[in-house]
Design a protein around this ligand. Structure first.
Ligand SMILES: Nc1ncnc2c1ncn2[C@@H]1O[C@H](COP(=O)(O)OP(=O)(O)OP(=O)(O)O)[C@@H](O)[C@H]1O
Ligand SMILES: [Mg+2]
Length: 263
């Protein structure tokens, strides 16, 4: 963990890098394309948003709030930034996700009717060799800009690969699958993906490879110590971004997720 002072220094350096001089001596600000998550308190940690087109791993133990965070990412993207979202779930039925979202006032059925958001619920027993192709084709055809996979762990474990028999799935074949899937998503340059990783304490993923192949890692932790906040969030990695490196309290409020600052 770094101190607030060191983060301030980083931000100053970042601001310097983002400015360049034109031939006339006027200062212009060059800026990469960013995808703001739209989650209160989060975007300030990544200089305004995660880089567009990247794959971000969202890791955490059970019940930390990964699905709620992802539902808000898609919702805010649709409502505030008019970006089309696809939520692929291997875990929970769309009906349950709509109900969970409604608790925070996020009207998913309306967005689905408007065609700006889609739920794709694929039970793990129905994952086939061409499931990834189907997801990628849907993204291309429908000009999706925000993707959630809930979860990458479930997809990887249950996905039979072309070169391996279902009875012979090894850690190696899962790692190969993750590499090829994430690299395919990375080739969709306008799609920013949030890939949920279900972990046990102290892990970033179960496959030990998604944390390396993804461009960014956001981790949510849970500590049952009592007190005001039991959940916290840290941006563990964000390629091309001089990100905040502190641990921040995460609150699941009545209106959604809030990432609190430390002051
Ligand atoms: N309306 C709500 N207000 C506050 N907290 C809530 C609300 N709904 C759910 N929670 C909290 O969020 C937790 C579930 O969040 P979520 O489903 O996003 O977790 P998850 O990280 O996806 O878990 P899993 O890995 O099991 O899928 C619940 O255990 C509960 O503590
Ligand atoms: Mg979940």
């Amino acid at each position: 963990m770094t101190t607030r002072k060191s983060n301030r220094t980083k931000r100053t350096r970042r601001a310097d890098r983002g400015n360049s001089m034109t031939a006339t001596g006027r200062k212009t600000r060059t800026r990469d394309h960013r995808t703001p998550m739209g989650i209160r308190g989060f975007d300030a940690l990544v200089d305004g948003g995660v880089p567009q087109g990247k794959c971000i791993l969202l890791s955490g133990t059970p019940g930390t709030g990964k699905t709620i965070f992802s539902l808000e990412y898609i919702y805010q993207g649709a409502v505030r930034f008019k970006e089309k979202g696809l939520f692929v779930s291997f875990e929970e039925q769309a009906e349950n996700l709509r109900a969970q979202a409604a608790k925070f006032g996020w009207d998913y059925p309306l967005l689905e009717k408007q065609g700006i958001v889609t739920f794709l619920n694929i039970p793990v027993s129905e994952i086939k060799q061409n499931t990834v192709d189907e997801i990628v084709n849907f993204i291309r055809k429908n000009r999706i800009r925000r993707l959630v996979i809930d979860s990458l762990s479930a997809l990887a474990i249950n996905s039979p690969t072309a070169h391996v028999k279902v009875t012979d799935i090894t850690a190696y074949s899962i790692q190969r699958f993750i590499y090829s899937f994430v690299n395919r998503l990375k080739s969709l340059r306008e799609v920013t993906s949030l890939l949920i990783s279900q972990t046990q304490e102290g892990q970033l993923s179960r496959d030990s490879v998604s944390e390396f192949v993804c461009d960014g890692i956001i981790t949510i932790n849970y500590e049952a110590l009592g007190g005001e906040y039991s959940r916290s969030l840290i941006v563990r990695k964000m390629r091309e971004v001089n990100n905040d490196e502190d641990v921040h309290p995460l609150e699941i409020s009545k209106k959604g997720i809030i990432i609190h600052s430390l002051s």
